[in-house]
Design a protein around this ligand. Structure first.
Ligand code: ADP
Ligand code: MG
Length: 253
């Protein structure tokens, strides 16, 4: 996709849990070469939106188009195969394996085969290819110096970058990040921001759910604000920061 092209088109998506409307007819678009922030107070419906887009949860109504095709209703694996990758808030990795092995294993799992098959059956050609891809993605996020470090020895910042490298295997068009800056030190947040800027410059579309407003305002091109399951407003960081509605939502006044 070319920068500015709509990669994800979310149309009036809705999710009810019993009597609770967690996501209430939300619409927004995500464009190539842009970082879109999704923010809002706790319970606003951000995680549910994320799970609806990635197919982890089924929609009550509405639809989602990805690269022009309807994906709502498809299982999450099928959506991932079309070029959508996500990270999770809690990093899952094998602490005794190296960084490179962890990412190669992740790439293998993404290919649709099981973990056991990964351990027992990957043949030499496939193995070489997986490791080459893992190394390429690790270098892309600035983790070239950590390839052979034990994953369990990494501090939080490099752990998050490992997780992003894993999500980048298979070259997604859209990357969804769930609070990637949580628990990071200031310098690590700056390194994360730099990586996201690099990916953006390569044309990646990024959806960022994040609590750190400094980071959101610093790197997002466009921000969607949710409150109580509804779409409160959207705009540039400046527009969002100047919005009375947004201030009221956050300050509860
Ligand atoms: P956020 O990520 O913005 O903090 P969530 O999407 O996690 O918000 O939650 C939105 C609302 O939906 C909350 O009121 C939450 O309690 C509710 N909710 C989320 N998941 C479920 C679920 N599986 N079953 C029932 N209610 C849920
Ligand atoms: Mg959440």
């Amino acid at each position: 996709p070319t920068t500015g092209d709509v990669v994800l088109d979310v149309r009036a998506i809705r999710k009810q849990f019993g009597g609770l409307v967690a996501v209430n007819d939300i619409s927004f678009q995500i464009r190539a070469g842009q970082i879109t922030g999704l923010i809002g107070p706790n319970g606003a419906g951000k995680s549910t939106t994320f799970n609806l887009v990635t197919g982890v949860l089924g929609l009550t109504s509405g639809e989602v188009l990805f690269r022009g095709e309807r994906i709502s209703g498809l299982p999450s694996r099928a959506i991932a195969c079309r070029g959508m990758s996500r990270t999770f808030q809690h990093v899952k990795m094998v602490p005794d394996m190296t960084v490179l092995e962890n990412v190669a294993l992740g790439a293998h799992l993404r290919s649709g085969k099981g973990a056991l098959s990964a351990m027992l059956h990957w043949d030499r050609a496939e193995e070489r290819q997986l490791f080459a891809e893992a190394e390429r993605q690790l270098r892309r996020v600035g983790m070239g110096a950590y390839l052979h470090h034990k994953a369990g020895d990494l501090s939080m910042g490099p752990q998050r970058l490992l997780e992003i490298a894993r999500a980048l295997c298979a070259d997604p068009a859209l990357l969804l990040l769930d609070e990637p800056a949580a628990g990071l030190r200031h310098k690590e947040k700056q390194e994360l921001a730099e990586v996201l800027r690099t990916l953006r410059a390569e044309g990646m579309a990024i959806l960022l759910v994040e609590h750190d407003m400094g980071l959101v305002m610093d790197i997002c091109d466009h921000i969607v604000v949710m409150e109580f399951g509804t779409h409160l407003m959207e705009g540039t960081p400046t527009e969002v920061q100047q919005s009375e509605k947004v201030r009221a939502a956050y300050l509860g006044t």
